[in-house]
Design a protein around this ligand. Structure first.
Ligand code: NDP
Length: 263
């Protein structure tokens, strides 16, 4: 199924579920500064939330906010019983420590899934796994290749696929190019999360029934949004960019939030 159709279907189911709750879930979004990319991500999150009946509020702080004052306000937002889920939009300015922020956000409100001991899966891996499961992808015994090992995408993705009984390989910037090509050639499922254009090229050798999930978000020389894979790989399925993993990530945030409230 097309990712856009899948997301529309899932959102309409979420909307029905949310209507049956005693009150709408409440998402607190904390923003520091006015990074244009953050503004656009936050607008997207607010729009998604209101579409399915979730309430959201943005708590805005100046870029030069005093660290101690910020942590104290963040603690208050976290402790507010009406807040079901709380996220701090990254990046934050250098006077603030992500580590300290993650200590303040309670694991049961951490709907981004970033905090140690979080009750939730990070949104991107969760979104991808949910989509593959919905598509009846048969995981067991197959070769998964995850390219990228970040704490919020690559590593948790690899872990989830391992839990699905796949034979998982993780590659990264120190993987020799020739080894990467061998892993690509024998992979049934490739999740590429690097942040460089054309990590996967059409000319490489792939299994023809392979699936490729492209997490990357890059701008090409014309400023157009592109993924980490060239378009038109000779595989059975390739997720589009834009209109692919970004939508799955946004959907997963809504699902985490509804679960946060139910719990
Ligand atoms: P990070 O920069 O944290 O991690 C990138 C990973 O890629 C690192 O593990 C790095 O290896 C590896 N890498 C770098 N160069 C190569 C290479 N030439 N070959 C193989 N591996 C390489 O990025 P994120 O995981 O946060 O994000 C990855 C991409 O996904 C970005 O484009 C980001 O914008 C996008 N993204 C998209 C989301 C969505 O919803 N669509 C959500 C989250 C991210 P090493 O560890 O050795 O440095």
């Amino acid at each position: 199924m097309d990712i856009r159709d899948y997301v529309i279907k899932e959102k309409s189911e979420l909307k029905i579920q949310i209507k049956s709750l005693e009150r709408p879930p409440f998402l607190a979004i904390v923003q520091v500064g006015d990074n244009p990319a953050s503004n656009s991500y936050i607008r997207g999150k607010e729009k998604d939330a209101s579409e399915v009946g979730i309430q959201s509020q943005v708590y805005h702080f100046d870029n030069d906010v005093d660290a101690a004052a910020f942590y104290s306000e963040l603690q208050k937002i976290n402790d507010d019983p009406s807040v079901d889920g709380l996220l701090v939009q990254l990046p934050v300015p250098p006077q603030l420590s992500s580590e300290k922020i993650n200590q303040i956000i309670a694991p049961n409100k951490d709907v981004d899934g970033f905090v140690l001991g979080s009750h939730f899966l990070p949104c991107t891996p969760r979104g991808i796994l949910d989509f593959l499961s919905f598509s009846r992808y048969e995981f067991t015994g197959k070769n998964a290749l995850v390219i990228g090992r970040s704490r919020i995408v690559g590593k948790p993705m690899a872990d989830l696929l391992l839990n699905k009984n796949m034979n998982v390989t993780i590659c990264h910037s120190k993987t020799p190019a020739s080894a990467l090509l061998d892993f690509i050639a024998s992979a049934d499922l490739i999740v590429v999360a690097v942040g460089h254009q054309a990590i996967l090229k059409r000319e490489f050798k792939y299994k023809k029934d392979a699936w490729v999930i492209d997490v990357g978000i890059n701008r090409d020389e014309n400023g157009k949004l592109v993924g980490d894979a060239e378009k038109g790989l000779p595989v059975a399925y390739q997720s589009p960019v834009p209109g692919g993993v970004g939508l799955l990530t946004r959907l997963a945030l809504l699902k985490n939030l509804v679960e946060a409230m139910k719990r």
